[in-house]
Write a protein that binds this ligand. Structure first.
Ligand code: BTX
Length: 324
């Protein structure tokens, strides 16, 4: 409710300090008895609060849940994440975002769920999205760019996510072209970019990101034990998913405005700084066959360039990459 978010906002402004009952009742605009009732409701939802006479209340622990409020309060962006469509369980956040985009949702709208029952990867693969552990989010943007430029947004998003993870956690992830973020060779993040276009102009782009945050190994199915990891598995700590979402949105917004002003060039340079697959022998499996060679870079469109043994350079638009 509105009162609840005012209450959380007051605590957020205090940055972990005490807020008196009097201040809270002024801020929210209700009686002290009503404040007390709302505090009890917070406790029921898993918040832990300390109450000290004369000082007031402070939040000592937040529930590890994502919600509309948790994402919005303390969000530092101008636009990204200002509209949050949150649900407990969905088949895929991409599907909902597509519907919202068709209905005219504003740029920066996000769809977030605690759980996906039919999370999508690329090429009809599944993205495993168990409840309460990861970030399953779709972001709607409406850049005025040509259809061919859309894959650049996948690379831009990968840079934003790596920057956010580096800001908040001690990890230093790598990017594997085009859409994987890895730690020690294991998949931490997957990105799925889908677009809706009219003629040759982009109508909307929906960027889906799946980030493994607090999973233990037993939260992954057996077949993913050797390919997947989570921030928790790599750091031995639990992480605040809403805070990570806020940081990702902020990094994304900064890179996106750089991109709209100056094009892909500056993004490409940042991306190359994080890429593991460059200057190494790789195998690229495309729908038209397999290309083996050395990844020599990406071009200004974001297309992967592979030099084969005969010296020729092949452009790879879409593929699965295996590092050798
Ligand atoms: P991808 O096709 O590159 O990767 C899919 C493959 O990754 C799977 O076949 C499986 O081997 C592996 N995998 C599945 N689940 C996980 C996981 N949780 N962690 C690590 N590896 C896994 C990558 O596709 C793009 C994924 C995007 C997911 C987001 S979540 C929010 C949005 N909604 C939605 O339905 N998809 C996107």
């Amino acid at each position: 409710s509105g009162l609840r978010s005012k209450l959380l906002e007051a605590f957020s402004n205090a940055e972990g300090g005490f807020v008196s009952g009097q201040k809270l009742s002024e801020y929210i605009g209700c009686s002290r008895t009503a404040v007390w009732k709302h505090i009890e409701d917070l406790r029921k939802d898993g918040y832990e609060l300390e109450a000290v006479r004369r000082l007031g209340y402070r939040i000592t622990k937040k529930p590890n849940k994502i919600s509309d409020n948790e994402i919005k309060i303390g969000l530092k962006t101008m636009k990204m994440g200002h509209h949050v469509h949150f649900e407990e369980t969905v088949s895929s956040t991409q599907k909902i975002a597509q519907t919202l985009a068709n209905e005219g949702a504003e740029e920066g709208t996000i769809v977030v769920a605690e759980q996906q029952t039919n999370g999508r990867g690329r090429m009809a693969r599944q993205w495993y999205s168990p409840s309460g552990t990861g970030i399953w989010m779709s972001l709607i943007i409406r850049p005025n760019i040509a259809v061919q430029a859309a894959p650049q947004l996948t690379l831009l998003t990968a840079v934003a996510i790596v920057q956010a993870i580096e800001e908040i956690t001690p990890l230093k992830p790598d990017i594997k072209w085009p859409n994987d973020i890895l730690i020690n060779g294991k998949k931490l993040v997957g990105i799925l970019t889908e677009l809706q276009a009219e003629a040759d102009r982009v109508h909307s782009i929906i960027i889906g990101t799946g980030i493994n945050v607090n999973q233990s190994i037993s939260d992954f199915p057996e077949e993913l034990h050797h390919v997947a990891t989570s921030i928790h598995l790599e750091t031995d700590k639990q992480w605040d998913r809403a805070q990570l979402i806020q940081e990702i949105l902020l990094k994304f917004e900064n890179l996106y405005s750089l991109y709209l002003a100056q094009g892909f060039r500056p993004i490409k340079l940042l991306w190359e700084g994080y890429a593991v697959s460059l200057q190494k022998p790789i195998t690229a499996r495309t729908i038209n066959g397999t290309v083996v060679g050395k990844a020599i870079g990406i071009n200004d469109a974001g297309v992967l360039l592979i030099q084969t043994s005969d010296g020729s350079v092949k452009q790879i638009y879409s593929a699965d990459i295996e590092l050798q």
